[in-house]
Structures are given as C-alpha cells and as structure tokens.
Design a protein around this ligand. Sequence first.
Ligand code: SR1
Ligand code: MG
Length: 412
Amino acid sequence: MTAHEYEFLTTENIPEYIASQPELARRIDASNIVECKEVGDGNLNVVFIVTDGNGESLVLKQSLPYVRMTGEGWPMTPERANREAYALARQYGADPVHTVSLFKHDPDRYVIAMEDLSSYTVWRTALNNGERHEGAARQVGEFVALLAFSTSVYGMDRFDYSQAVAETQNPDLCTITEDLVFTEPAFDIGRNEVLPANEPDARALAEDSVFVAAMGQAKFMFMTHAEALIHGDLHTGSVMVRQANQGELGSSDVRVFDPEFAFYGPVAFDVGAVFANFTFASARARALGEDERAQWCLDQVHELWQGFSEAFRKSWTIRVNPTVWDSTHCEWQLAQWLRESVLFASAKMARRIVGAAKVSDIQTLSPEVREHAARAVLRASRACAAGWQGIHASADFTRLVGDELAAIGTAR
Ligand code: SR1
Ligand code: MG
C-alpha cells in the first residue's frame, strides 16, 4: 500500500460519496443525481459538477497523487487539496465577496466541495472570446491587497503570523513553480517546447544573461520572502467572471478560486502573475489585428494596480502597529511591490511561452499568427527583466510591454 492509496471519485461513485458526507447530503439529493460531469481543465486535478433533480448543484474537486497533465509519470502529493482548503478558508476571511465558498474538506479522500459557479465564465475564456468585464481587474487587485494585508504582519498578530507561516508550508507545489517558472525557461530539462519559428527566440531568451540574473533574483525572493499568504497561481484561469445582475452598468462579479499553490510568499508574485496574463490577452488581440482591444487588455494592468494600491492604503489605517510603519513606509512598500510585480511578470511571461504548461490565449492562435505573438511576449519578458528596477508607475509597465507587443502589428 502506497502512502497515498485512496478511492478516486468517478461519475459512478459520486452519488454514494455524497450520501456518505452529511454536509453535502444536506445540500444536494444524493438519491436523485441527474448530472455529474467532469469539467477539470487545469493541469493537476479532477473536477466534477454534480446536479440533482431539484437543480441544486455543487463542485467536487479531488487531487490525484500525480499531475493530471502528464499522468502517473509525474507523482505529486495529493496533500495539495488540504493546502487549498486552508487557503480558501483564509481567503474567505480576508475577502468573502471574491472567494469561492468551501462547503466541505475531506482530507482522507483529498476532496474539497465548493459552490458551483456555472453562471460564471473562466476569465481566460472570456478574454479569448473578446469579452470585456469592466471592473474585474480592479476587483482582483482588491482581493490580492485584502489577502496580503490581513495575512501579513501589518494586519495580524506576529505570533499568529509565525504560526500561519508554519501551517502553510507547501514545498511540493512551490517546487513546481521554482522549476517551471524561474529555472526552466532558460535551463530546459526537456519539458520546453516552442514552434520551430520561435526556436531562435527561445535561444535568445536562454542566452540573455540579464534575464537569467533577474530570474535568479525572482526565484530567491519567491523562496524566502514570506510576506503574506499568497494565492500562488493567480492567472486568468483562476478567476471566474460574469456580468453583475445589479449595480453599475457594465460592472462584473468576480470570484477567485484554485489556491492549491498558496503559501507565505512575496505579494508581488500574485500581482505580477496577473500582469503577465493581461500581456497574453493583449498579445492575442494584437496578433489578431484588434489593436484597440490590445490596448484595453494592457490597460487592465493599471486597473488592477489601482484596485490593489487603493485597497491596501485603505487597510493601512487599521495596521496592527503604526509606530515605524507610517505612511512613508506604506508608499515605500507599494513602490517596491510594483517593481517586483514587473519582475515576476517577466518570469510568468517566459514560462507560458517556452515552458511545459502553456496558455490558450496564445496556443489557440494559428501557428502563423502564434509565432509573432510568442516572439513579442518573449521580448516583453526580457524587457521587464532588464527594466523592472526602473518602474515607478503601472503606466511604465504598459509602455514597456506595449512597445514590444506593437511589433506584432508590423510583423503581420
Ligand atoms: C505541473 S503543473 C503546471 C502548472 O499548472 C498550474 O496551473 C501551475 O501554473 C503550474 O505551474
Ligand atoms: Mg490551477
């Protein structure tokens, strides 16, 4: 018997599983399940949406003892379900409006049950379809700020902070990030892949000593800067959006999910990850000749940063110790995080173009178009690696990246 022997969920055994879990059987009629579909489109887990005859539904997510993307050849601790359950609870405490509700955590079968967000769309899919969810970027910025503040020493007791750092160690999943995001873009161990036309671009990236040095700095920060509980994999595929039913015209509902990579790390890692994902969306639009939309996608960087910095400044009024952490320190911290976000964005851009786990924004472009988009993103990544320390405003990032993406237009 291996350390991780447990029964996997299947469409056949899910009714019995729900019947055995009182917290779930209260929410959905296990004797009258009318639909059970596997919808997981991530790289790691299986995800089912289960619906009963009364229209009640929930989501069951189970961690497998390996990486789903590759199969059993890449073993991976299913304990990640436990990390995710912990993080969801903390995120709910920090920002319930933007967090998916956790119904039940089963540490024996590595299952978490959550609310069904079928009325939402994965943000990456929405962006790929050309949709604009106004206000969504700002709300993601608010989410990151509320989580960062409330789980850092600015917002919590220092003894509780130490305990939280200890409780959230997540070395298996952090190692994936350290390898795939920071090391492998420049040091291929056989998992990288690009179009033949982009091979010179990938080579130039790997031979760029400024990029390599920047990745060394980013990786060290990632491994040692236990600033706050971070989501750890905050891309546009980890956010659900929908048009708000009420409120301002054009406003959006936003929910963040999938925090299995959560741990105490650098706050800017989450911010930079989303900056990079707006860059993919913008590169896609540029490559498709939609220049005005490309600008809108990049403008979301500014929106996110506004949401983040405003929410952080607002939280600052209730910091636990205002002595040396005065308003000067708050502005210093925000300026530092903005620069670091650009550094982390650089890493995230490169990894999704050359590395093992790619993004549909770029991959669903025809090879003739993709070649130009991929090249531009790699150039943007290198520009960020060279220029991150000189960033003073979010507009500096959009200018830096925008100039590289504009080259796609001339290449068409
Ligand atoms: C082996 S897991 C590959 C990637 O999928 C996740 O979404 C993370 O981004 C990870 O790096
Ligand atoms: Mg994920």
